[in-house]
Write a protein that binds this ligand. Structure first.
Ligand SMILES: NC(=O)c1ccc[n+]([C@@H]2O[C@H](COP(=O)([O-])OP(=O)(O)OC[C@H]3O[C@@H](n4cnc5c(N)ncnc54)[C@H](OP(=O)(O)O)[C@@H]3O)[C@@H](O)[C@H]2O)c1
Length: 317
């Protein structure tokens, strides 16, 4: 009888508090399938929660050990579904347990079939696992900003997990796309066909009141400083939840519009993202893949705040 290896937060603190735990396989409920996970993605929120910061930590503080993670891609191995939405052997991906449930850092998950999308033949499970949180966050941020054809949009942190997808989705909407990054990522982002601003060399001084839309993926002082680059009718979506109130308050003081967001699972958007990946309209960058046992190193990596694209965890097979 196989067991389910999971990487759990055993106490709030340093990455070393992540420990592999083993339990029985979960049984899929009537509307669920059992997925053998190939890859889970690592997001900054996972490291914040592990450190005891934010809403998911507050809500789960009496619920440790708690298994983090919201992105999975893998293969259906069992089904409790009456409707047979998926069959054994189907390759699937999805955004699960957001924000309080988590659970993606697992060999097996029982998950509502309604949360899953089929992974097209031309898309690897690694690529699929990188898309749910970041792809849908990028999509929903641009949607919330009502980014229109020809508008000038600035993505702060264009090289990160959300950013590298947001710049490509904004381009697909025929916007005039700019992004900030460090010197190390300038060529990478230029090759995606956008205008690049090296925040270490020049900053936004030449872009005062220039942008129609800013997607702020850094937050805090960086988000506040970027408000000067927003034109009077512009819209900023500030994505990091921890600093959103401060950025929105400052925007309001200056008579500018800023708003926050919280990603929510949308299967139609997920299906579109997968199709775009299959047809090479969307290129997914994977910086590093760690084994489940090396999850603490994956957290150290994401905590640098400097990773390009996504960090993945590969489950033991
Ligand atoms: N509200 C929601 O629903 C939601 C959903 C998803 C993510 N988030 C939040 O959104 C933020 C971004 O997430 P992510 O997954 O994209 O993070 P990430 O992958 O960790 O972002 C890393 C990137 O940030 C760039 N960066 C760091 N400091 C920068 C600065 N001052 N200016 C410009 N770029 C900078 C780095 O590029 P360089 O090395 O070139 O500096 C790096 O490529 C996080 O705070 C995350 O928690 C919120």
């Amino acid at each position: 009888m196989p067991t389910n290896k999971q990487l759990a937060i055993t106490a709030f603190g340093e990455p070393g508090t992540l420990q592999v735990v083993e339990s029985e396989l979960p049984a899929p409920g009537p509307e669920q399938v059992l997925v053998k996970v190939a890859f889970a993605a690592v997001n900054p929120i996972d490291a914040k929660t592990r450190a005891g910061i934010g809403w998911a930590a507050e809500q789960n503080k009496d619920n440790l050990p708690w298994v983090p993670g919201y992105d999975i891609a893998g293969v259906v191995v069992d089904s409790g579904c009456h409707e047979e939405a998926f069959e054994k052997g189907d390759r699937v991906t999805g955004l699960i347990g957001f924000p309080l449930g988590g659970g993606a850092y697992s060999q097996y998950v029982a998950v509502d079939a309604s949360l899953l999308s089929s992974v097209p033949a031309g898309v690897s499970l690694a690529t699929a696992a990188a898309l749910p949180v970041c792809g849908q966050t990028a999509w929903q941020a641009l949607e919330k900003a009502k980014l229109a054809d020809g508008e000038k949009v600035l993505i702060l942190a264009g090289a990160g997990g959300v950013g590298h997808l947001a710049v490509q989705l904004a381009k697909a909407r025929h916007a005039d796309v700019y992004a900030t990054c460090s010197q190390a990522n300038c060529d990478y982002l230029s090759d995606l066909g956008i205008s690049v601003i090296d925040y270490q060399a020049s900053g936004l001084g030449n872009y005062q009141a220039f942008f129609d839309v800013i997607i702020d993926l850094v937050g805090g002082e960086t988000g506040i400083n970027a408000l000067g680059a927003l034109n009077g009718k512009g819209r900023m979506i500030t994505v990091p939840t921890v600093t959103k109130d401060a950025v929105i308050a400052e925007a309001s003081q200056r008579g500018l519009h800023a708003d926050g967001m919280l990603v929510s699972p949308n299967r139609w958007q997920m299906d579109r993202l997968l199709t775009m990946a299959e047809t090479d309209e969307l290129t997914v960058e994977i910086a590093n893949t760690y084994s489940l046992e090396k999850g603490a190193d994956a957290h150290r990596d994401i905590m640098t705040g400097r990773t390009r694209g996504k960090i993945l965890l590969e489950m033991p097979q």
